[in-house]
Structures are given as structure tokens and as C-alpha cells.
Design a binder for this molecule. Structure first.
Ligand SMILES: Cc1ncc(COP(=O)(O)O)c(C=O)c1O
Length: 400
């Protein structure tokens, strides 16, 4: 009998965290490595948010809070949903967790029974299938390839739904592709969901504010009010507010679901840090202008990276609407030979080659459920990105 639980064998450690860890180890060992695996902004948390945390400590806000989060924070979140998305949620309908990740975990743990299916468009954020598996559900992967800008088509959604489907997980803008759904594209998916009244939607809007070229963000409960009663709208402060380490994510939905999620959380972390919650209030209620400033920098980097990757022999890269990732195809490198004589057979081989030959750490597409691609995060300095893309070009040119 194994001491470790069987459920552990169903999942793998996060491959994106594994790449960042490997890059950091190689760097510590003296190798010249540029890490393009990080899923976090390279900007620091704005000062007014840090000040709010310090003030919270001074005021002794250092005790347990409500499991769902402080009322002050849930009121700030309700105001955010109204202001940005035109959605009405009461504080009771809102739950705050230790990052968006725990909030997704709570939702799936609270709703999935063995065999319940979760439709996940690929490429997907690496944690969705594994969280579904931990909760004893069955991920059903629906392909959303480059022909549609990595966005799920209504026909593919319809085909993926069965009577066991409990959730569709949508993520826009997407990690890893950066693709974001327009209002019309969301409406077309909503039309399918309206016909399948047993299917709920978990919309992960974590990158809502990181969009470019006047793209207008929409979320599904806003686009199709008929779905409000079966939508969990998820968001957080990690990305737009540069607060990944503070661990604050949140979601809003029907009361019964939110209560069930709070019940799960009450027996795990109880709540996220009281200090982080105070900081998140300042983030949501305070000035928002730094977001546009960051986006201007991200957009420049996106354009630089897309341009340079498209010049690399064997790579093809779309220009995504948002987030800080690109998801280029390396199909033109598969089947070719490295200077050491190794044939590149998969995207995993390709990223291993990039790391070994040129010290560039990216994440292979297989981790996100769609090959042969790889993910580059451009949340790093423009100079490093330029250097990394030159190295990628050199590595591609060296393949025969
Ligand atoms: C699409 C997506 N959702 C959720 C999360 C989780 O964010 P958090 O750091 O708030 O747990 C991430 C983080 O990488 C993400 O990319």
C-alpha cells in the first residue's frame, strides 16, 4: 500500500513553475539564462497599495477575517464588477481566496462529483485540468487552434457538451495564447450555452485589464444576462495590479455556489491574509492609471517579440489581443536537426534545445494542451526580450 494518496498520481506539478525553477537554478549555477517562463508582471506593486498594507498593520488589522473576505473588500469587488462589467453582485455573492487559483479550486471542489465533465478549451492555463482531476472530475479538452486566434468556436463547444458536462471554463484574455474573445464571439458561445441549461460557465477574467489596440473586454454574464444564474465570474489583483505574491483572487456568482465555495475554504486556508485584503481594497478603489502605463510597455514588447519571432526560420506567431504571452507555432522546426545531430520531434524537444543551445527558457505547448507550440511570457525587460529573440532566431537558423 502506498503512503501517498492515489489522487496524487492523477496530477502533475505546474509545468510553468517547473520551467521558472529550472531557469533560476541554471542561473544560480552561473549559466547565462533568460527566463521567459514567468507568469507575472515584472513591475513592482504600486506604492499606494503597499502603503495601505502598512497602514492595515498599524491599525491592527491582523486578526482572522470572515472566510469569504472582509466586507470592505467584498464591497470594493462589488463596485468593481458594476463599474467595469455592468454586473450586479451583492457582497454575499462574492468570495475571496488565496489567489485566483484557490478560488477555482474551491469552485471545482464544491461542485464536481466523480465523472462530472469540465469542458476546457486548449490551449489552456495549465492548472484547469489538474484542479478538475483533483476534484475527481473529468476534463474534456476542446481544441481552439490558431485558425480562430486560439478561441473556441461555437460548434466545437456544442460538440464537447454531454449530459455529464457541469462546467465550461473560459479564459479571456488567455494564458497561454493572449487571445481574447470579442463581445460577438462570446455571444455566439452564449447562444450554445443557453440551449444546454445544465452547463455552468466559469469565466476566468484574470487578464481583463491587460488588453491592447483599443480591444474592448467583455465577460459572458454581461453579454448574455440569461447566463447570470449559472456563471461564476472570476478575477483577481495578481496580474493587473502586480500583486502575484499577495495572494488575492475572487469570484462572484449565485449565492448557493458561493456559500458552497466558502464552506470548502473554511476547512482549508480559512481566508487569505488580512493585510493582503486591505491592500486589495486600495488596489480596486484607488487610482487605476498605472495599468494603462504598464499596458503601453507590454504592447511595445508584444510587438517587438511577435515581429522578431516571425522573422525566425520555422516559427509563426499571431498577434494576441491581451495578457503578456505569445504562443508561437514551432511546426516549421519539427523534423529538423540540431547542430548536435538531434532531431526535433516535439515542442518539448524544441524548448529543451532553446535552453541548452542558447539559454532561453520557454514553456512547451504540450503543457497547455496544444502542440506544436511554445509559450513566451514578455513580462520581462525589453532589452532581455530583444536578446532572447535574437538567440531564438540564431537557434532556429542553426537547425538543418
Ligand atoms: C489564466 C489564469 N488564471 C488564474 C491564475 C491564478 O492567479 P493567482 O496568482 O491569482 O492565483 C493565473 C496565474 O497565472 C492565470 O494565468
Amino acid at each position: 500500500m502506498s503512503f501517498l494518496a492515489q489522487r496524487l498520481s492523477r496530477i502533475k506539478p505546474s509545468p510553468t513553475i517547473a520551467v521558472s525553477t529550472k531557469a533560476a537554478e541554471l542561473k544560480a549555477a552561473g549559466r547565462d539564462v533568460i527566463g521567459l517562463g514567468a507568469g507575472e508582471p515584472d513591475f513592482d506593486t504600486p506604492q499606494h497599495i503597499k502603503d495601505a498594507a502598512i497602514e492595515a498593520m498599524r491599525q491592527g488589522k491582523t486578526k482572522y477575517t470572515a472566510v469569504a473576505g472582509t466586507l470592505e473588500l467584498r464591497e470594493a469587488i462589488a463596485a468593481k464588477f458594476k463599474r467595469d462589467n455592468g454586473l450586479d453582485y451583492t457582497p454575499d455573492q462574492i468570495t475571496v481566496g488565496c489567489g485566483g487559483k484557490q478560488t477555482i479550486y474551491n469552485a471545482l471542489m464544491a461542485t464536481l462529483d466523480p465523472g462530472d465533465e469540465v469542458v476546457i478549451p486548449a490551449p489552456y492555463w495549465v492548472s484547469y485540468p489538474d484542479i478538475a482531476l483533483l476534484a475527481e472530475g473529468s476534463p474534456v479538452i476542446a481544441e481552439a487552434g490558431p485558425a480562430t486566434g486560439f478561441k473556441l468556436e461555437p460548434g466545437a463547444l456544442d460538440a464537447a457538451i454531454t449530459e455529464r458536462t457541469k462546467w465550461l471554463i473560459l479564459n479571456s484574455p488567455s494564458n497561454p495564447s493572449g487571445g481574447a474573445y470579442t463581445r460577438d464571439e462570446l455571444k455566439a458561445l452564449a447562444d450554445v450555452l443557453v440551449r444546454h441549461s445544465h452547463v455552468w460557465v466559469l469565466t476566468d477574467d484574470m487578464y481583463e485589464h491587460i488588453v491592447y489596440d483599443s480591444f474592448e473586454f467583455s465577460t459572458i454574464a454581461q453579454v448574455e444576462p440569461a447566463l447570470y444564474e449559472r456563471t461564476l465570474t472570476l478575477n483577481g489583483v495578481s496580474k493587473a495590479y502586480c500583486m502575484t505574491g499577495w495572494r488575492v483572487g475572487y469570484a462572484a456568482g449565485p449565492l448557493e455556489l458561493v456559500k458552497a465555495m466558502n464552506k470548502i475554504q473554511s476547512q482549508s486556508t480559512t481566508h487569505t491574509s488580512s493585510i493582503s485584503q486591505a491592500a486589495a481594497v486600495a488596489a480596486l478603489n484607488g487610482p487605476q492609471d498605472f495599468i494603462a502605463e504598464h499596458n503601453a510597455v507590454f504592447k511595445e514588447r508584444r510587438d517587438l517579440v511577435v515581429g522578431m519571432l516571425n522573422e525566425a526560420d520555422g516559427l509563426e506567431c499571431l498577434t494576441p489581443e491581451g495578457a503578456f504571452y505569445v504562443y508561437p507555432s514551432c511546426a516549421g522546426c519539427v523534423g529538423r536537426k540540431t547542430p548536435e545531430g538531434k532531431i526535433i520531434e516535439t515542442d518539448a524537444d524544441f524548448v529543451t534545445y532553446l535552453l541548452e543551445a542558447e539559454g532561453v527558457a520557454a514553456v512547451h505547448g504540450e503543457a497547455f494542451g496544444l502542440s506544436p507550440f511554445f509559450r513566451i511570457s514578455y513580462a520581462t525587460s525589453t532589452e532581455l526580450l530583444q536578446e532572447a529573440c535574437s538567440r531564438i532566431q540564431r537557434a532556429c537558423a542553426a537547425l538543418s
